[in-house]
Design a protein. Structure first.
Lengths: 464, 208
């Protein structure tokens, strides 16, 4: 098995990475401005919903239902998609998924693909794999194009180039697109991207996407987007390939009525994103003639095993928890060493890797609880962070325990107003550390004695 | 063992005893806003205008004249139309090209497309296409830079759940939902209208 989450296994620990990034004033300013804008937009459109809490509860309940019977839903999806003319493949890990993609492209004698934004392909490191096999992947999402042209890394799960400002993007486009002149307004930059990609949309024969949702009942796949590049990629090529994490299944078509409300409002602060594409297998006379779905495990079935943190897989990748997080807002996404950054990254990245890498991430939090409050599917991220900390310590990884000094960085980066609440939580997560020979930690931080009750109980009493 | 067998086995092992009976899902969110018909249409128009779409209202007999008006405003001489579009919607004096598998370069050079729609959502300002013969295949409302779309008042739903449930027998057709022209906020979170999809969307709302 080669479970891979981008380059997370080789990434430096969070404290080191954050330290370096905190010195970059430009990035911090860009991140702060961008997250503030989305946060305000989100607050407005969530505020106008009379039934937001009901939608969150339903979203959570649907996801819980999926996880309990994921095997059945996957088989149901496979049967429905196949009936509609799609071809379903299964991939145990990143390499297997990448290999299937390459084989499909090569079987058609093609050397290029057009891609719409997908985190899953960053996870499996599909692009370097394709390039090594002589295939050029064209990223078509504006932010992903910026990342690809700049040989950069995504720093946010919805707005991957949020660490870049207008002037930096303009310079990059001029250089890489060979433009002698380019205006300075965002409109000029998007127009340049439109021209650059249009020819590729019309010509390239293979399209590639992830999926926001895959419907077991009908075998349908749904891609949520804004720019129209998604519609281009899923409509115009002759062959379409979609790689989707197995947790993206929803049981019934009507379940989309919940998630198509939760996702756009949480992700971009819009009532509805400009475009959704939903398709089922192949439709004669409309769109690709061949459609392949790859159902990717890559560590997900192992995450299911821990009942206390299973709900990590409920995530719909809206990034609301990143935008609200006092730690993310200071460090930006690159500090997390993973394509999944922020609070969700802190719990997802280490679990996908069976807790063998990225062990500093569950400490990259002040446990203020803001992520839980904004999560559209109510993932209790603080509780899972604490739980994972105890798993790390139970595993007896002293190295990790020592690295926990980095918690200090997370503290000083958090708002002081949230700090007192955070202290209470942290000390519970820190308890096992003392037994590992790191005594006096809580004393030196002048905290009251550690309560005897379990975290779950404590959480219920104090938080709800 | 095949990958499928491995993955399914791994799920069963991981979930263990929890597998089995389906958990209940409460759906006590809003499915209706309880608006009167005119208020619903106003809400829809409000949302469309918010997205910079231009909105026209007419009745059945007035569709062709309104198409002519919209084309006049945009300075267009002709549009691509799907093969199933009612011919009485087409005004004289313009050139309409029926899509019979037009190639992409022809669509790229076209001035725009005129299509019908399946339904719409007032609360979010969305238009839903399920690419029936009067709506055309997906490419024709995607590649040209201008989309003129006809929506009947009777097709306007209040909420997302109402619209999704209303798709019943169209669920496995290709579906596109459109809320304003394409847009991005990828550059410093400033909303820029018009990236790859049609940069201009006009909507004709037809009284029942
Ligand atoms: S954990 Fe929740 S808030 Fe964070 S990205 Fe996932 S769904 Fe959004």
């Amino acid at each position: 098995m080669s479970i891979r989450v981008g380059e997370a296994a080789e990434a430096p620990d969070f404290r080191q990475a954050a330290h370096a990034l905190l010195a970059n004033k430009q990035v911090r300013a860009n991140v702060r401005r961008a997250t503030e804008t989305i946060r305000n937009k989100r607050a407005n459109v969530v505020g106008e919903m009379p039934d937001w809490e009901q939608l969150r509860d339903s979203g959570r309940a649907i996801k819980r239902r999926v996880m309990r019977n994921l095997d059945n839903y996957l088989e149901q999806f496979e049967a429905a998609c196949t009936m509609a003319g799609g071809q379903v493949h299964w991939a145990r890990d990143a390499d297997e998924g990448n290999r299937i993609v390459t084989q499909i492209i090569q079987s058609h004698g093609q050397k290029e693909i057009i891609k719409v934004k997908t985190m899953t392909s960053d996870e499996t490191q599909l692009n370097p794999h394709l390039e090594a096999n002589g295939i050029t992947p064209w990223e078509t999402d504006l932010a992903d194009l910026i990342i690809q042209l700049g040989h950069d890394k995504p720093s946010h799960i919805v707005v991957p180039a949020l660490h870049k400002n207008k002037a930096e993007i303009r310079a990059l486009f001029m250089e890489k697109m060979g433009l002698s002149d380019l205006g300075t307004r965002p409109e000029d930059l998007t127009a340049a991207a439109r021209t650059y990609l249009r020819e590729r949309f019309l010509r390239v024969k293979v399209g590639y996407s992830g999926a926001n949702f895959a419907v077991a009942e009908t075998g349908s796949v749904c891609v949520v987007e804004s720019e129209g590049n998604g519609r281009m990629c899923v409509t115009l090529p002759e062959v379409m390939i979609t790689m989707v994490g197995i947790e993206k299944i929803v049981p019934s078509f009507d379940d989309l009525e919940v998630f198509l409300q939760l996702l756009p409002r949480s992700a971009t602060g819009e009532r509805m994103n400009p475009y959704n594409s939903i398709w089922t297998g192949v439709t004669p006379g409309d769109g690709p003639k061949e459609f392949h779905v790859i159902l990717l495990d890559n560590g997900r079935t192992k995450v299911l095993a821990d009942e206390e943190s299973r709900e990590t897989l409920h995530c719909i990748r809206c990034a609301a928890c990143l935008n609200i997080c006092p730690v993310y807002r200071q460090t930006g996404g690159h500090a997390y060493g993973s394509i999944y950054s922020g609070p969700i990254g802190a719990i997802l990245t280490p679990q996908l890797q069976s807790m063998e890498h990225s062990q500093s991430l569950p400490y990259a939090s002040s446990l203020c609880g803001a992520c839980y409050d904004v999560c559209p599917v109510k993932i209790n991220i603080p509780e899972i962070l604490i739980h994972l900390r105890s798993r790390i310590v139970e595993n007896g990884d002293r190295g990790a325990a020592e690295r926990i000094g980095m918690r200090m960085a997370a503290y000083t980066m958090s708002d002081s107003g949230r700090f007192s609440g955070a202290q209470k939580l942290v000390k519970i997560g820190a308890k096992p550390l003392e037994s590992l020979g790191l005594p006096g930690w809580s004393a030196s931080r002048d905290l009251p004695a550690i309560p005897k009750e379990s975290f779950r109980d404590w959480w219920k009493k104090n938080k709800q | 063992m095949s990958a499928k067998t491995d993955i399914l086995k791994s799920i069963r092992q991981s979930v263990g005893e929890d597998r089995g009976a389906e958990l209940p899902v409460n759906r006590d969110y809003c499915t209706s806003l309880g608006l009167d018909p005119e208020a619903k249409i106003h809400l829809f128009i409000d949302r469309l205008v918010d997205y910079n779409a231009t909105v026209y209202r007419t009745d059945h007999a007035g569709i062709a004249a309104t198409v002519a008006e919209a084309l006049g405003v945009r300075g267009k001489r002709g549009l691509v139309i799907p093969s199933g579009l009612p011919s009485e919607w087409l005004p004289n004096g313009f050139h309409f090209t029926v899509d019979r598998d037009l190639d992409y370069d022809t669509l790229d050079a076209a001035e725009g497309a005129l299509t019908s729609s399946t339904s719409a959502i007032a609360f979010t300002g969305s238009i839903i296409l399920t690419h029936s013969p009067a709506e055309g295949r997906r490419a024709i409302s995607l590649i040209p830079d201008y989309h003129l779309c006809v929506v009947f008042e009777s097709q306007i739903r209040e909420t997302v759940p109402e619209a999704i449930r209303g798709l019943k027998d169209r669920r496995t057709s290709p579906i596109t939902t459109i809320a304003g022209p394409s847009a991005t906020a990828d550059i410093e979170m400033m909303r820029v209208k018009g990236v790859h999809g049609p940069r201009t969307l006009d909507v004709i709302i037809v009284a029942a």
